[in-house]
Write a protein that binds this ligand. Structure first.
Ligand code: TRP
Length: 335
């Protein structure tokens, strides 16, 4: 039976790239799963940024966005990582079966070291927090505490899933069969949605398109997508067209053929952008209304999360009882 689980770091505002690359596929996977868990990785967010108001605002925005896009909290257990202390308890237990060498090999840690290397810094660990270094263990705890076996993530998270399996296997080897080894679910066939400048869409590059803004803002952001300077009437190439990358993300192959035809016929960039706007707007407009309703009613979102947290706490504590028992943390009289 598949037990699906995924987490979203609360360090920003949902953008179109998150919608195409994470939300849409995860919501589809959830449809086909028997049991599912979706959570706000709010303690993970401290690794990326330490702005309390950003962490707080982002939690409401991300929760509202998922609910608006169709997450059914009656079907999926929806909660905040910070409300399930057993995750942090397991984090400590797992850190003792995780070799430091495994963490040394993590891409995120190595990338941070590479920056120091390229700056010719003698201290390779300069500015790198223990939180960043230990990140994979917290992620393993998130996953293993709920016995989840299917984890939809972006391809950048593949290594974290491999580490989770290593850590789980090590624990099982020492203390006996306790954890299921989870698998990553990666939608390789999804075209990555690029930023308006053609680089990876990211908050830090300021090239992102907010998922939910006003129609006018959406139109404005779409107008920012970079194109070449060919005039209307001139034949355009879909290859290397950032705008075409957006069409690919929102259309199926038959519909895409029609857009390709427009490129060949020399449609103007302005008209093509208008077409893209209509397309995106149509797809998200219902969710947008729901999103702003949730944002205006944080009490409602809080209640939904608290409901999920009650269920999540029960499962997590049951698992932790089993784990504490296995590692020898139990009452002295055996009761
Ligand atoms: N690390 C994930 C990301 O940055 C977020 C995350 C935290 C997560 N814990 C998780 C994803 C557990 C899946 C399962 O995208």
């Amino acid at each position: 039976m598949s037990i699906l689980l995924t987490g979203i770091t609360t360090s920003g505002t949902p953008h179109l790239g998150n919608y195409i690359g994470a939300m849409k596929p995860a919501l589809e996977f959830i449809q086909d799963s028997k049991e599912s868990f979706l959570f706000l990785a709010d303690y993970h967010s401290l690794i990326k940024q330490q702005d309390p108001s950003l962490t707080h605002d982002s939690s409401l925005k991300i929760a509202s966005a998922w609910l608006a896009c169709g997450l059914d909290p009656n079907k999926t257990c929806f909660y905040r990582q910070s409300k399930i202390p057993q995750i942090l308890e397991l984090n400590w237990v797992l850190s003792n079966v995780t070799s430091k060498g495994l963490l040394n090999r993590a891409h995120a840690y190595k990338a941070a070291q590479d920056i120091n290397k390229s700056n010719n810094d003698n201290d390779l660990d300069k500015g790198i927090s223990a939180g960043l270094f230990n990140y994979p263990i917290l992620m393993a705890a998130d996953i293993l505490i709920f016995n989840s076996n299917k984890v939809p993530v972006g391809s950048d998270q593949k290594q974290h899933l491999e580490m989770t399996r290593d850590i789980a296997a090590r624990f099982n080897h020492i203390y006996g069969e306790t954890f299921t080894l989870p698998e990553a679910m990666i939608s390789d066939d999804l075209p990555l949605l690029l930023g308006t400048d053609g680089k990876k869409m990211s908050k830090s590059y300021k090239n992102f398109i907010e998922l939910f803004s006003t129609e006018k803002q959406l139109q404005k952001s779409i107008n920012k997508i970079q194109t070449d300077s060919l005039e209307p009437g001139e034949i355009k190439s879909t290859k290397d067209s950032i705008l075409f990358n957006y069409f690919q993300a929102f259309l199926d192959s038959t519909e895409l053929k029609l857009i390709e035809k427009k490129y060949v016929e020399g449609a103007g960039w302005g008209d093509l952008k208008k077409l893209l706007f209509d397309l995106v707007n149509k797809e998200i407009s219902l969710s947008r209304d729901r999103y702003f309703n949730f944002i205006a009613d944080p009490t409602k979102v809080e209640e939904i999360l608290q409901e999920g947290e009650k269920r999540a706490l029960k499962i997590a504590e049951e698992k932790m009882i089993e784990i504490r028992e296995k590692i020898g943390i139990k009452s002295l009289n055996g009761k």
